[in-house]
Design a protein around this ligand. Sequence first.
Ligand code: AMP
Ligand code: MG
Length: 415
Amino acid sequence: MGRTLQLHRFSMTMEVGVSLERAIELSAQLPLVREEETIPLIRASGRTLFEDLRSMVDDPRFDNSAMDGWAVREADCEEDGTKLRIVGTSQAGSESIPTVDVGEACRIMTGAPVPPGADAIVMVEDSSVSGDRVTINGLARPDFIRWKGENLTQGTVALRSGTVLTPASVSLAATMGHAKIRVVRKPSIAVIGVGDELTPPGEPLSENSIYESNTFGISSLVEKMGGKSMSLGLISDSMDRLRETLDEAAASCDAIITSGGVSMGEWDMVRRIMEEEGDVRFWKVMIRPGGPPLFGSWRGKPIFGLPGNPVSSHIVFTVLVAPWISSSMGSEEGSRPGLAKRVRVEMEEPLKGAPGKLCMRRISIRQMGDKLLGSTRTHQGSGNIHSMVAHNGLSLLPPDSDCHEGDTIDALWLI
Ligand code: AMP
Ligand code: MG
């Protein structure tokens, strides 16, 4: 019978053993689809803006007082103890405002319009009233007036497309007059755990099986990044089950993340099936922990194959998948999670680096005076997820470099 001599599908495009920066670059070539939906502003915190948001109004809308006190003419108040005639009151929201002429003052509340003729405010604490006169005992200050448009003018873009909305930006959007806004639709990301030994927590463990944890961690990370995680469960190390599940994921989700099965072993099914039937853009990144991740597409959908070791999958997500989601959703480079958010830390203990690889040991970072100090607390093994909980940072030790006590290193502060 004739043989089929198939060209290795990925040998044409796949890069093996890339730097983390190159992995970020290659994955950005295959982004998530960026689609929009319109939602009420009150639901917008944490969502990503789909479009630039312009102000519909000037902010402030009119000249108004920053203090409770008196609207006056500055020139009238040069002498301490000046007496001015009270012409009325300007309250926040009031419609008719008196004019202030020479020798006159108008009572004014914080946020109320500055009456025509007035050009300065005297604080209420610096005045005393007797009948229809007010005596001015302090400074008349033009800088207690909040001038029309001094924060924003109508039409200004104050929030850019790709911004992740904080509570303060939601408040700003309301100030600008927006009741509904266009945000990036949450990408749905399938999460699949692969391994014969895995049992969901809550179910009885058979001999040599372990509780599965990665799909929980990865799903939580997806949600934290503004995505919708779709757990497609656990599958055994079987090519047929894996193919079926990947097909289901590709048909129903925007992207796929698997955990486990991407190393060199014969049972590393994700690597095998991607090699034989998928499109692999890179395999293996020069990092420790988390060396064997894989990226490419399955039936047209981007797929990350993360390593099975719980710390590895968590770290690869943090430094590779999170910035990919963020850039896919339109964020600017400097505001993405991952390497862009590095700090400098003085280590209180030595750290072992890794030959040829960027080394991300778990470290605890704390502020001491004007320095950030780093230390380690638990065993660093890539299977020890407790090390991610007991620490709040990752070292970024350059390849081939050990860190000595007292050295200053780059690190990620995971707060
Ligand atoms: P693998 O990448 O499949 O060779 O798995 C590497 C290590 O990670 C093994 O010790 C697995 O038992 C463990 N592992 C793989 N997947 C998971 C998972 N979903 N949850 C917890 N541990 C896992
Ligand atoms: Mg496995």
